[in-house]
Design a protein around this ligand. Structure first.
Ligand SMILES: [Zn+2]
Length: 163
């Protein structure tokens, strides 16, 4: 297997590249086909060698990436670049409601003698988890991200390292 961190190289159909979806597998050209596939998450891609672009073939509208010689960059959904705005929006969606509840709890702390004194903190945790869950769900659905396979692989590597 080739060292993927070697010097910059062009996107071509003879080599293997890291998979932009799962970050775990590698994509290589399928036998007798122009398309490339990941051996781990099984997504199929088509390469545009002229533009040095990769397009997801099994998703509509397709996601595209640009190969910069070392890694995939400029992820786009059709013509829209998915930049930091979306990431910031997602973070705000998780942080803001939790913070609001946190401020309320801090400003008006419940009486410790009250039987429901645990509730505001519980509510804060629940808000955080729910909002985080919604974002995670969106990302997983959007990318068709092989979450359980990814988690499995990560846990395996942690186990192997510790054992
Ligand atoms: Zn993959």
């Amino acid at each position: 297997m080739q060292d993927l961190n070697k010097s910059a190289r062009y996107l071509n159909l003879q080599e293997v590249y890291p998979c932009p979806i799962c970050q775990v597998g590698e994509i290589a050209t399928m036998p007798l086909m122009e398309a490339m596939a990941c051996q781990f998450c099984h997504h199929i891609f088509t390469a545009n060698l002229e533009k040095q672009q990769l397009q997801m073939a099994d998703r509509q509208p397709p996601l595209t990436w640009r190969w910069d010689g070392k890694s995939w960059s400029q992820r786009r959904l059709k013509d829209v670049e998915i930049g930091w705005g979306y990431t910031l929006g997602a973070i705000a969606f998780v942080i803001l409601p939790t913070t609001l509840i946190g401020i309320t709890v801090y400003a008006r702390p419940p009486l410790l003698s009250s039987p429901l004194s645990w509730f505001p903190v519980f509510w804060m945790g629940l808000t955080f988890c729910l909002h985080l869950g919604i974002i995670a769900q969106l990302v997983i659905e959007f990318l068709d991200f092989p979450f359980w396979a990814y988690l499995n692989r990560k846990l395996q590597s942690i186990w192997q390292r510790s054992g």
